[in-house]
Design a protein around this ligand. Structure first.
Ligand SMILES: NC(=O)c1ccc[n+]([C@@H]2O[C@H](COP(=O)([O-])OP(=O)(O)OC[C@H]3O[C@@H](n4cnc5c(N)ncnc54)[C@H](O)[C@@H]3O)[C@@H](O)[C@H]2O)c1
Length: 263
């Protein structure tokens, strides 16, 4: 018996990194998993295959979740394959998220907000509508960040979007009252997002960050791994965490507690 037997979970931006770790972890607990990404290549297809190798259904859904049309098309594709949606994990992000204040132009701002706020909002809205129509409840998780709590130079647009997600899930909690849907954020610290060297079925995490970057200042004295985040997502999406709603859980090795973002 797994904690998520029979549940249908869609994870955006899950070809690699934290999303991939969440996909494999939820699959380990019995969920059928749809992997979305804007990139469709061998790595994307392999991620869906690794889900299937766990004895559950694994599918891949290419699409850009920074537009309303894009996220709806991905959810349509997921429901066509899986019949319904019980869990949505809003996780997608583009690389190069830092941008100095005076280099932050309208194009970069819109790109950040379209993916990290608009896409996460309308994906959640659509998923919640499906969950209400199904009458089975569900879970929504958004990937926020330590940048939602405290500022570090050149990360203002990203941090603003991530801080918005903390408020967004509080809104979902109250707006979805009575529908047995919980909506929360996980706020990761510094998490290695590289693919594992090994292609073995049971390997979830890639190489960790060099721990020497963290030993001087971070309570955990090491960087985090996708499975550290995925285990927190598992808690929120399973029966274990159903009474948690509108909350953001830091999974950061103590980074924000000690205001040590100088990594
Ligand atoms: N890695 C960290 O240290 C860290 C720290 C704090 C928060 N986070 C958050 O965790 C989440 C995952 O981060 P990660 O480091 O694993 O990312 P990652 O870069 O490893 O993976 C993100 C994936 O999203 C995909 N993507 C980009 N734009 C997309 C779009 N428009 N539509 C669909 N897919 C798209 C990318 O192709 C990529 O595969 C993000 O929300 C990020 O902000 C990560």
């Amino acid at each position: 018996m797994g904690l998520l037997d029979g549940k249908k979970a869609l994870i955006t931006g899950a070809r690699k990194g934290i999303g991939r770790g969440i996909a494999l972890t939820l699959a380990n607990e019995g969920a059928d998993v749809g992997i979305n990404d804007i990139v469709d290549d061998e790595v994307s297809q392999r991620a869906a295959e690794l889900v299937s190798n766990r004895g559950v259904k694994g599918t891949f859904h290419v699409g850009d979740v920074s537009t309303v049309v894009g996220i709806n098309s991905v959810i349509d594709s997921f429901i066509a394959e899986h019949g319904r949606i019980d869990i949505l994990i809003n996780n997608a992000i583009f690389p190069d998220q830092a941008r100095p204040l005076f280099d932050t132009d309208e194009v970069f701002w819109d790109r950040m907000m379209d993916l990290s706020l608009k896409g996460y909002f309308f994906g959640s809205q659509r998923a919640a509508k499906e969950m209400i129509d199904q009458g089975t409840g569900g879970s929504i998780v958004c990937l926020a960040s330590v940048h939602a709590y405290t500022a570090i130079k050149d990360w203002t647009a990203y941090g603003t979007a991530k801080a918005g997600l903390r408020r967004m899930v509080k809104g979902f909690a109250i707006d979805l009252k009575g529908h047995n849907i919980n909506a929360n954020c996980i706020a990761p610290g510094a998490i290695s997002n590289v693919l594992p060297d090994s292609d073995a079925d049971d390997v979830i995490d890639g190489a960790p960050h060099d721990a020497s970057r963290f030993t001087a200042h971070l309570p955990a004295a090491k960087g985090g791994l996708p499975s550290d985040i995925a285990n927190a997502v598992l808690y929120l999406t399973s029966e274990l965490g159903q009474y948690v709603n509108g909350e953001t859980i830091l999974v950061d090795g103590g980074m924000v507690a000690t205001k040590t973002m100088q990594d």
